[in-house]
Design a protein around this ligand. Structure first.
Ligand SMILES: Cc1cc2nc3c(=O)[nH]c(=O)nc-3n(C[C@H](O)[C@H](O)[C@H](O)COP(=O)(O)OP(=O)(O)OC[C@H]3O[C@@H](n4cnc5c(N)ncnc54)[C@H](O)[C@@H]3O)c2cc1C
Length: 449
């Protein structure tokens, strides 16, 4: 008989983890704090749609779900469509050969993963909120949302996939030599909607991620299958302009008229949404270790990051895949030893994607509107096209290269930056950007490194 497993949190990562473990034959019980969103149609989580890319797809592929997700619920986005204040568009492909990221519904994907986990034999109990764990006994302390009744559940192994404010983590945090940091960035986000046009038509390019880069703040939009776009405004909480200073729909509208007039023109419900949709915060959480005894945390519970690389869910799915790789090796080791091996291997990658995500925020909001930055990307793409064995742009390493670890992607990105700094300093770079001389200089620099 395989060891019994219990999991706190049936979000994206918890549901996929349940499915992975069921496929290995472990009896799995999941406790989810919220009601079953498949029945109640609650807005699922914090963002309505998410960008799913190759790392997440690789993890889904292992359980035979990648194609199903792509065929039934994904809209491919092949590049960034930048909008300036005048509404002029500038398109930049994400990769080569039609490489794309995919807009998927958070609640739709979560529902599919829960369905599949249950079909594989996992038991999911809803409205059982975990408020702590005892790692010495693999106990989860639960409270029923309807009755208020407290119970204790035990199993041979416990997991916390209960998100950024994980109750399981908070319990193991109280142990000796547990390192923890939590940083709220100064920006918040507010979701707004561009509804479909006539007969469900998309009112902007469907197969792109739209960005309105404006320096210290930005607006982005991802397409939904019904022809609408979910827009997210990233803006500081305090200062000028900020969610605090734009505290009425009229003030919000004036701000949009100046900064994002083309988007505003497509938002008939702007005033209501500005008033009612909350300005939510974003947090970076780093901690270590990720396990105590036979209790481990995965996904946002162990590494919450800012959303600007579109990698939070993808990295959480990758957590499940990496752990599964280790189980696949079939070593005769204890769960304690397995978890220690897992967290030691995975932590540098979680730290790397946390750094990359923050860095991409600066790139998206400040640089995607900067002609020199766009030129640099063009040069990199040209060199990569000519010498694909010598250069993969950082974005592609992170997004389209699931066999390259995040830590390796970050290190390679830093080396490539050093080379591009010198290239961009050439006085003739604007006229000669795709000349043989420039290409040769990059080639020589790569060889030297
Ligand atoms: C604005 C925004 C945009 C984003 N965009 C992207 C993107 O494009 N691509 C991407 O890859 N990632 C994106 N992310 C990140 C992504 O949302 C998270 O990384 C991902 O949801 C983490 O999954 P999780 O299962 O670890 O945690 P969660 O999704 O937070 O799920 C946790 C689950 O546990 C439950 N739970 C919580 N506490 C308890 C408890 N005490 N007891 C029992 N159950 C509990 C919750 O109800 C939930 O079901 C975005 C995040 C934000 C905020």
């Amino acid at each position: 008989m395989k060891d019994s497993v219990q999991i706190a949190g049936a979000g994206l990562v918890g549901s996929l983890l349940a499915l992975y473990l069921r496929r290995r034959g472990y009896p799995v019980q999941v406790y989810e704090g919220r009601p079953d969103a498949r029945k109640t149609e609650l807005a699922g989580g914090r963002s309505i749609n998410l960008a799913l890319s190759d790392r997440g797809l690789k993890a889904l592929e292992r359980v035979g779900l990648a194609d199903k997700v792509l065929k039934t619920m994904a809209i491919p986005m092949y590049g960034r469509m930048m909008h300036d204040r005048e509404g002029t568009l500038n398109y930049q492909a994400y990769g080569k050969d039609n490489q794309c990221i995919n807009s998927v519904s958070r609640s739709g994907l979560n529902a599919l993963l829960m369905d599949e986990a249950e079909a594989a034999g996992a038991q999911i109990t809803f409205e059982e909120r975990c408020h702590g764990a005892d790692y010495q006994r693999q106990a989860l302390f639960l409270e029923n949302a309807l009755t208020g009744k407290s119970t204790e559940a035990t199993a041979e192994v416990s997991f916390g996939t209960d998100g950024a404010f994980s109750a399981v983590r908070q319990s193991i945090m109280k142990t000796d030599r547990f390192n923890y940091s939590q940083h709220f960035i100064e920006h918040g986000y507010k979701e707004l909607t561009i509804p479909p046009g006539e007969q469900g038509a998309f009112r902007m390019e469907k197969n792109a991620l739209h960005i309105w880069p404006r320096g210290h703040y930005m607006l982005i939009a991802l397409p939904n299958p019904d022809g609408s776009f979910t827009c997210t405004l990233f803006l500081p909480f305090e200062g000028e302009p900020s969610f605090a200073s734009l505290d009425t729909p009229e003030a919000g509208r004036r701000f949009f008229e100046g900064e994002f007039p083309d988007a505003l023109a497509m938002m008939p419900h702007f005033d209501q949404e500005w008033e009612h949709n909350p300005a939510a915060s974003m947090v970076i959480i780093r901690c270590f270790p990720w396990s105590r005894g036979r209790t481990a945390i995965l996904g946002d519970a162990s590494h919450a990051i800012v959303p600007f690389y579109g990698q939070g869910m993808n990295s959480g799915f990758e957590d499940c895949r990496v752990l599964d790789d280790m189980l696949e090796e079939g070593r005769s080791e204890s769960w304690e030893a397995l978890f220690e091996r897992y967290e030691r291997q995975r932590k540098p990658d979680a730290d790397a994607i946390a750094d990359l995500a923050m860095r991409n925020f600066v790139e998206m909001r400040d640089l995607t509107g900067d002609p020199d930055f766009l030129l640099q990307k063009k040069i990199e793409a040209r060199f990569a096209e000519r010498q694909p064995d010598k250069w993969t742009p950082l974005y592609s390493l992170v997004t389209f290269s699931p066999d390259v670890r995040y830590s390796e992607a970050l290190a390679r990105g830093k080396r490539q930056d050093q080379i591009m700094e010198k290239i961009m300093a050439r006085p003739d770079i604007h006229e000669k950007w795709d000349s043989e001389g420039v290409m040769e200089q990059i080639r020589a620099a790569v060889q030297k490194q």
